[in-house]
Design a protein around this ligand. Structure first.
Ligand SMILES: Cc1cc2nc3c(=O)[nH]c(=O)nc-3n(C[C@H](O)[C@H](O)[C@H](O)COP(=O)(O)OP(=O)(O)OC[C@H]3O[C@@H](n4cnc5c(N)ncnc54)[C@H](O)[C@@H]3O)c2cc1C
Length: 452
């Protein structure tokens, strides 16, 4: 017998748009939160009361109106590949699955306008067929959605050239509020900062306009080194060389490459490595940089095979962590930001303090135009206390940490918190959007007499 809200939802999205089965609710209530040994036990039993899958903006608005009237928590889902339980509902309610809002609406020379549920891999493929390409995308691009990347991600392949999401890589967004009559907001410019990396806590993105650029033929190369310091120094010199167009510059410390099973035969036993995507024709320059740091050019994937076979980005960003976890479940990771100039001495201090308890993995990006060593170090997990000792040490030597072992935006996230809170106050008066992930300052809630 359907409940009131279930009947209301079925009238809008039809039988096929409301999923109530245990397995469906379990599967579509989870993301990659299990990357964190801290989050895993806390989130494993969380599940939505139902999954709602709208197929149009009209249906989306009607679903949100019912949720408001009946005070039903709404947790938005793209493809559920986020790492910090962002798409896991903490207080039941519905998971709003955006995967059927996946149309590519418009492609011009310099932007693509898409529905938020479009898969980035499908979009990149379409763009490359038309001589263009995405500027930045996560290493999960084959599954991840545009909305999930903008609301849950930060940067990825291409960030070495174009920066992160906050560096002008979102041009416009259509946002729905959760109110009696949900409003359709068209947001651009600095207003977008309230919605980038918002975990769906202050608005639902239905449409996105993303800048794109002309297609480049990308060659993938692995360069190997006797030690991580040489690999990082090489990576930095390539990252700083503007004559080499690049999409990926990823140095990793041995034994991390030993976890890369599919390409292990092509890798040098015991060597730290740098994974690169650079423009076809730049291999001469790469060899010059490699010679300066004792590097050996190894595995190469010519541009003709780009995105047609296992690529090096399948071992970069948080895929590096995935391969490490597959090899040794006692491993986990951090999200760190090293100093653009002092990173080598910071790495030295960390290795002196922790040895193999911490393995170095950098991702060179441009942040606000500055070449910066972002990082997803692999950490051997022994206890919660020890993990936060390591975090405290990183911070004590000037390495920034965005803690991936919390679902709370104000604790682990990044982005414009004040702007996000402002938007939440106006767009989500009943605080039903992904409750528990962005917490309105206590005093305000107390003033309203909220019990949450
Ligand atoms: C192996 C691996 C590698 C990864 N590599 C990267 C990487 O290189 N770079 C990176 O940034 N991240 C990375 N991630 C994290 C994640 O894959 C990306 O952030 C991805 O873009 C998320 O997209 P998704 O569609 O799966 O989003 P989901 O996980 O479904 O959602 C992410 C967040 O966005 C919210 N959300 C989703 N859609 C909307 C919408 N339309 N409106 C409002 N809120 C919405 C959700 O509520 C949730 O809070 C990686 C994760 C894994 C497991």
């Amino acid at each position: 017998m359907q409940t009131n809200w279930q009947r209301g939802m079925t009238e809008i999205v039809g039988e096929g748009g409301l999923l109530l089965g245990d397995e469906q609710r379990e599967k579509l209530s989870k993301d990659y939160y299990w990357y964190s040994p801290v989050l895993e036990p806390l989130l494993r039993d969380k599940r939505a009361d139902g999954i709602v899958v709208p197929e149009s903006e009209e249906q989306l608005a009607e679903v949100l109106a019912i949720a408001y009237r009946q005070s039903i928590p709404v947790t938005t889902r793209g493809a559920g590949t986020g790492n910090y339980g962002q798409a896991v509902p903490l207080h039941g309610g519905i998971v709003l699955d955006m995967s059927r809002l996946d149309a590519v609406l418009e492609v011009t020379d310099d932007y693509a306008r898409v529905q938020a549920g479009v898969r980035l891999g499908a979009l990149e493929k379409k763009l490359r067929e038309e001589g263009r390409e995405l500027r930045i995308y996560p290493s999960t691009y084959m599954k991840a959605t545009a909305g999930g990347f903008v609301c849950g991600g930060s940067g990825g392949i291409g960030s070495i050239t174009w920066g992160n999401l906050w560096d002008g890589n979102v041009r416009e967004a259509v946002v729905y509020t959760l109110e009696e009559k949900p409003r359709r907001l068209v947001v651009g410019g600095s207003e977008l900062l309230a919605y980038i990396h918002n975990y769906g806590t202050n608005g639902i993105l239905a449409e996105l306009t993303l800048p794109i650029s002309p297609k480049v033929e990308w060659r993938q190369t692995v360069v190997q080194f006797d030690d991580i310091e040489s690999a990082c120094s090489f990576a930095h010199s390539v990252a700083m060389d503007d004559s080499i167009r690049k999409r990926l510059v990823t140095p990793v410390e041995w034994p991390i490459p030993s976890y890369f099973k599919p390409i292990l035969k092509q890798l040098e036993e015991g060597a730290s490595a740098c994974l690169l995507e650079t423009e076809e024709g730049t291999h001469g320059k790469l060899a010059e940089h490699a010679a300066l740091f004792g590097g050996r050019i190894g595995h190469v994937i010519p541009s003709a095979q780009y995105h047609r076979t296992v690529g090096l980005s399948d071992f970069a960003w948080n895929h590096t962590t995935l391969w490490a976890l597959k090899a040794d479940p006692s491993l986990t990771y951090l999200q760190a930001g090293f100093h653009p100039a002092e990173f080598l001495s910071q790495i030295k201090k960390i290795k002196q303090a922790f040895g193999d308890e911490v393995l170095i993995h950098l991702e060179f990006i441009r942040s606000a135009g500055v070449v910066t060593p972002a990082s997803l170090p692999i950490v051997r997990y022994t206890s919660h206390e020890r993990l936060y000792e390591i975090i405290a040490y990183f911070r004590s030597i000037g390495v920034g940490i965005n803690d991936p072992h919390t679902w709370m935006l104000e604790m682990g996230g990044r982005g414009e918190l004040e702007a996000m809170l402002e938007a939440k106050r106006s767009n989500d008066p009943r605080e039903l959007l992904n409750p528990g992930k962005l917490n309105v300052p206590v005093r305000e809630a107390a003033a309203r007499g909220d019990e949450r």
